[in-house]
Design a protein around this ligand. Structure first.
Ligand code: ADP
Length: 329
C-alpha cells in the first residue's frame, strides 16, 4: 500500500499542497481530480520523488520513502507531453529503462508491451513518424516496461484531440484493469476520472476535500463546492429551498430517488430531450417554485409528452442531501 501522511509543499507564499493524507490500495487506480492550479501535479511529483515535500511522509508497503530518489522509488510516469527520446526508435525508447536484462529478454518484453498498447510491429519506427496517440501509447509502454510498483499519469490525454482522447481513454481503462497495477491518474477532466478510476480524490486549493467512489461522489458530495464542481444538475442554495419542507441548508436532490408518474407533487414540463432511450426532463414544481432536471430511463411517461404538460411525481425526504457549506463556489 502507498500511504501519504500530511504532505505539505509551499512555493513562496503559494501553498501548493496543504496537509494531504491519502492511501492507495493494491490494484487500485485513484484519480486526483480538481481545477487547474489546485496542486494535483505537485502532489504527483512529490509521490514520484521529483519534488520533496516540505513536511509529511510517504510510505510504500510500510517503508518510509519520503527522501528516496525517483530512481530508487522506480515509479512509472506518463506525462501530458509524451517525453520520448526523439533520436531513439520505438523499441529503444521502450527498452530504455530495462537495464541489466539480456538483449533477448529486452526484445521479448518490448514485443509484449507493443502488443498490449496495440502497436505490434512498430519496433523500428521513428518517434516523429508517430501520431500523438501513438506516441502516448509508446510512452505508456516505456513507463510499464520495468514493471514499476506504481504507475503515475499526469493528464496523459490532454494533448490529444477529442476523438483520439476518447479511444485512448477506453484503451487505458482496459490496460489498467488488465494489468492490475496500482495507478494514480491526475486530471482536471471529470469524464476521465470517472471512466478510469476505482476511486476519486477531489482536490481544491492544495487540500483533498473528498475521496470516494463515483457513485458516492455524485450522490453524496461532501460540500456544495464538490457538487458544483461535478456539475450536479440539482444543486440548491438556501433561499431557493425556502418553501421545501424539512430542507434548511444548501442541498442536492438525488435524481435516482425521484419517482415520476405518480405522487403528491405536480410539475410542469419545461423542456424534454430523449437521447438513446434516456429521457432528460427540465421540470418546474410551482408549489415549491423549484426547477429541477430529471434524467433516466422510464416507461412511465406518456408518448406524446409536450412542453407545458403536467406530471405527477414524488420526492421522498431521503432524496434531499443537505450540504455542510453555505457557499457554492
Ligand atoms: P495543478 O496540477 O492542479 O494544475 P499545480 O500542482 O501545477 O496544480 O500547481 C499548484 C500551485 O503551485 C499553483 O498555484 C502553481 O502556480 C504553483 N506551482 C507549481 N509548481 C511551481 C513551481 N515550480 N514554482 C512556483 N510555483 C509553483
Amino acid at each position: 500500500m502507498l500511504r501519504l501522511e500530511n504532505i505539505t509543499k509551499n512555493y513562496g507564499k503559494v501553498q501548493a499542497v496543504n496537509g494531504v493524507s491519502l492511501e492507495l490500495a493494491e490494484d487500485e487506480t485513484l484519480a486526483l481530480l480538481g481545477p487547474s492550479g489546485c496542486g494535483k501535479s505537485t502532489l504527483l511529483r512529490i509521490i514520484a520523488g521529483l519534488e520533496l515535500a516540505d513536511s509529511g511522509k510517504i510510505f510504500l508497503d510500510n517503508q518510509d520513502i519520503s527522501r528516496a530518489t525517483p530512481q530508487a522509488r522506480g515509479f512509472g510516469m506518463v506525462f501530458q507531453d509524451y517525453a520520448l527520446f526523439p533520436h531513439l526508435n520505438v523499441e529503444r525508447n521502450i527498452a530504455f529503462g530495462l537495464a541489466g536484462e539480456s538483449r533477448e529478454e529486452k526484445r521479448k518484453r518490448v514485443t509484449e508491451l507493443l502488443q498490449l498498447v496495440e502497436l505490434s510491429g512498430y519496433e523500428s519506427r521513428r518517434i516523429h513518424e508517430l501520431s500523438g496517440g501513438e506516441q502516448q501509447r509508446v510512452a505508456l509502454a516505456r513507463a510499464l516496461a520495468p514493471r514499476p510498483p506504481i504507475l503515475l499519469l499526469d493528464e496523459p490525454l490532454s494533448n490529444l484531440d477529442m476523438t483520439l482522447r476518447e479511444t485512448l481513454k477506453q484503451e487505458l481503462r482496459f490496460i489498467l484493469s488488465k494489468l492490475n497495477i496500482r495507478a494514480i491518474y491526475v486530471t482536471h477532466d471529470q469524464g476521465e476520472a470517472f471512466a478510469l478510476a476505482n476511486r476519486i480524490a477531489i482536490m481544491r486549493e492544495g487540500k483533498i476535500v473528498q475521496v470516494a467512489k463515483q457513485n458516492e461522489l455524485y450522490n453524496q458530495p461532501a460540500s456544495s463546492w464538490v457538487a458544483n464542481f461535478l456539475g450536479h444538475p440539482n444543486l440548491y442554495r438556501e433561499k431557493q429551498l425556502q418553501k421545501v419542507a424539512g430542507v434548511k441548508g444548501p442541498a442536492v436532490l438525488r435524481n435516482d430517488l425521484i419517482k415520476l408518474g405518480e405522487g403528491n407533487l405536480t410539475a410542469t414540463l419545461q423542456a424534454h430531450q430523449l437521447l438513446g432511450g434516456m429521457h432528460q426532463l427540465w421540470l418546474i414544481i410551482p408549489e415549491w417554485n423549484l426547477s429541477l432536471r430529471w434524467q433516466g430511463f422510464t416507461r412511465e411517461l406518456p408518448d406524446n409528452l409536450k412542453v407545458g404538460d403536467s406530471l405527477k411525481l414524488s420526492i421522498p425526504q431521503s432524496a434531499w442531501l443537505e450540504l455542510p457549506e453555505t457557499q457554492t463556489t
